[in-house]
Ligand binder design. Sequence first.
Ligand SMILES: [Zn+2]
Length: 426
Amino acid sequence: MRSLPDHALATGLDLARDLFERLRAASLDPPGVTRASYGAGERAAHAIVADAARGLGLEVSADAIGTLHMRLPGRDRAMPAVAMGSHLDSVPHGGNFDGAAGVVLGLAVAAALRAGGLAPRRDLLVLGIRAEEMCWFPAHYLGSRALFGLLPREAPDMLRRADTGRTLAEHMVDEGFDPAPIREGRALLDPDSLACFIEPHIEQGPVLVEEALPIAIVSGIRGSLRYPRAVAHGAHAHAGAVPRTHRRDAAMAAVMLLAALDARWAMLEDGGADLVCTTGILATDPEHHAPTKVPGTLRFSLDIRSEDAALLAELDRWLALEALRIGGARGVAFDLGPPTHAAPAPMDEALRALLMRAAGTAGVPVREMASGAGHDCATFAGLGVPSAMLFLRNANGSHNPEEALDMADVGAALAVLAPTVASLLD
Ligand SMILES: [Zn+2]
């Protein structure tokens, strides 16, 4: 493991603090900040980050779709680069750190390497990725998938931004970029040119705050099995006149199914499985429901996530059988509707081990945890690029103005990332 002098880490942390302040000032939209995908706030953030990268002596360029490539050149330019980065857009009135932390830490690492007088063999490539937040354009990992030519070719003309109703192509052209590579399915970065990808990101849940830990190493990005439009079909009946045995109560049957899922979740979790289950929608039909009516239909959603693809498949089979069993017993037909699947993205074992070792050497307390939310890192992992994520403690969740990232925790992350990256660059 390479080590860096304290003054080098302090230089990196100073840059990070300064960049966060400038990013907040440039995209302030009280309460919070707004950096719309291919919009003014994102443009300002890219300009600030590019300016800081030039100040560090990095080679800076934007590709045809606006991804910012910032390279600290190595001695052997032909070797695959070590890449870091994240996205620079935010939700409307969001926090200053979701996304930006990953790009800022990439530049902070570059600054620390420079200040430490290191002359690495490989390039360090810091990426400012476009359009990750799905609230603007309805496509996951838009910017990173476009970077690798993985977005559907019709996306620039089909996807419309939620606030303007205008197409992705129109917004890209407004910002001086070109949708042609997406329409042609053309990659703007060769995954084989990357030795690995590391994405630092704020934690979006409460675990690190509750456990008083500054950072976590991500074990994997959860995949999902979703039934967004499930329906229980029973029969409406009079609340007073119809005895229990004659009822086909859709609400009662659905509640039984959800309780069975919750019990199975608890059992699997006790056995060490990684799993989260959510019913975000649960509603009787307002056209026909009444306090004095047995409900004949109930609409609900299921969102089931795990790092383990086999577990998701097994739960899917279990769910189908359980719906038949409970439905049969209650005279209710479950129609779960069309599912959507997102594959889990495992993080690279060797990178995780290296980050763990660096944390040990730096004396930074750390744990491993799954990422419940999706991140650009999943795109890189899906292409076979060895990938890792580092979470930073963040109070108050993400996608809101109360995101809170302590600069001391940025320092802890830097103390782990800088020596890790220095070793990978050698
Ligand atoms: Zn994010």
